[in-house]
Design a binder for this molecule. Structure first.
Ligand code: GLN
Length: 190
């Protein structure tokens, strides 16, 4: 089976590698554009989106990732990675890939509750509830008509998809539950 890549400039790429192994996949750390070759999918991890942007803008990464997506391969952006996938980013505004038609507000939950967990049943993932870990998470303010909302917490979507491109504002790699990774990348339970 082809490996699944994790953009590994900064952030919690190591935790995603563990999550992929739990989901039954082989991870590959992606630090050069050539690392995108022959991947079954790609993860944009959590961390600091501004720091990741600095790496992504030093070379034609935007074109390479858009091409990767256009080839129909699945992508998963979590937290900072979701910010990178959005069409519009606010608070403050910054460039993004525009692969998911949504507007996200950085650090949207504010300082007082900047990190928290929630428990949610997500119908697509079966009856067992999922623990959601939010760390200075963005808020998805709005989504376009081509975006499907897979999970909502409070007033806002927290897991969405546009075709085979998925964005989560929480950190599915930080629990032992591998269902998000399995769902996005079509992996069977080990
Ligand atoms: N606050 C970060 C950002 O705006 C995202 C936080 C995270 O990925 N855990 O980039």
């Amino acid at each position: 089976r082809q490996p699944i890549g994790i953009l590994s400039f900064q952030g919690d790429f190591a935790a995603h590698a563990e999550a992929l192994r739990r989901a039954g996949a082989t991870p590959r750390f992606v630090r050069h554009m050539a690392d995108l070759t022959d991947l079954a999918g790609l993860i944009l991890p959590g961390g600091e989106s501004t720091t990741m942007l600095r790496f992504l803008q030093a070379e034609p990464w935007f074109a390479a990732i858009r091409e990767f997506a256009a080839a129909g391969r699945p992508l998963l952006g979590t937290c900072a990675g979701a910010i990178l996938l959005a069409r519009v980013v606010t608070q403050p505004a910054q460039p993004s890939l525009g692969l998911v038609d949504m507007t996200v507000r950085r650090n949207g939950y504010g300082r007082q509750v900047d990190s928290f967990t929630a428990t949610l049943t997500i119908p697509r993932l079966g009856p067992d509830p999922l623990e959601l870990v939010f760390i200075r998470a963005p808020i998805i303010e709005s989504v376009g008509p081509s975006v499907e909302v897979l999970a909502t917490w409070g007033d806002h979507p927290v897991w969405v998809r546009q075709g085979q491109i998925f964005a989560a504002t929480f950190h599915p790699e930080m629990t032992d539950d591998a269902r998000i990774h399995q769902f996005v990348f079509g992996l069977n339970r080990p």
